[in-house]
Design a binder for this molecule. Sequence first.
Ligand code: UTP
Length: 291
Amino acid sequence: MTTSIKTAVLPIAGIGTRFLPATKAVPKEMLPIVDRPLIQYAIDEAVEAGINNFVFVVGDHNQGILETHFGTVKNLEKTLKERGKQNELEIISATSKGINSLDFVTQDEPLGLGHAVWCARDYIKNSPFAVILPDDLVQAKPGCMAQMVDVFNNHGGNIVAVEDVPREQTNKYGILDVSNDDGRIATAKGLVEKPNPADAPSTLSIIGRYILDPEVLKYLELKQKGAGNEIQLTDAIAATINTVEFRGLRFSGRRFDCGSKSGFVLANAAFALARGDIDPDFAQMLKSLVK
Ligand code: UTP
């Protein structure tokens, strides 16, 4: 896929409290869905969309393990070679497939998603860029980011992936104030972070996929705090809405909130079912569990 979006920012500086103690030593993004860490799915989705430069916004605790995952592990390679494990050698070298550059920036304090994106500003410069939250995992073909890039190539502007949520859950998400909706693409005149269900302008919620105009950085620079006393990315997008058109794409596919325990476990089952190489009886095994 060809696109003018070349860089993706992956904010992964959170501390993953919901997955303790697993996340005491292993960052949330390295937790596996079947046999691949969450972050690998995010990278592969971006590469499929034509994005090859990546900026990881990390806390001080997670850079080393990510460098190892996307780098070369000499001893492991040597052992696999000696044992004639060609397939496994290909699997470990494929972790960096399609990556042109991979840079790390540190977010010293977790001041919010907007602040995390701002930390990557030196790598964004003046071009539109993508933001991917790896703990939102989307099972889709073509991938969610490829679908968004397609919309960007036609319309430009700011684009987010959206899905309808039950009204009682609007206080967990950024919600669109829609001005025009063709059923697939909703143009918005505003957006609100975590509104109370009674005040929510719609039930269209933003998931962890964005294509953003660099204009948002000007507002992030102001470091204004919003909902939850955090610097919110949605506030910066809302502030540019009169100068940069804003659209939500109802992507086709299924999103799993892998930041929650139930979403994470469900994603494992869904991806295992879709793979077909786990165990021919896997679907049967699942059914027997549910009975
Ligand atoms: P979450 O709200 O899921 O926070 O952040 P968390 O720390 O990862 O997990 P819990 O809630 O404690 O279990 C959503 C995404 O934004 C990133 C997180 O790393 C995650 O990818 N984030 C959030 C930052 O990088 N910096 C921040 O200041 C806040």
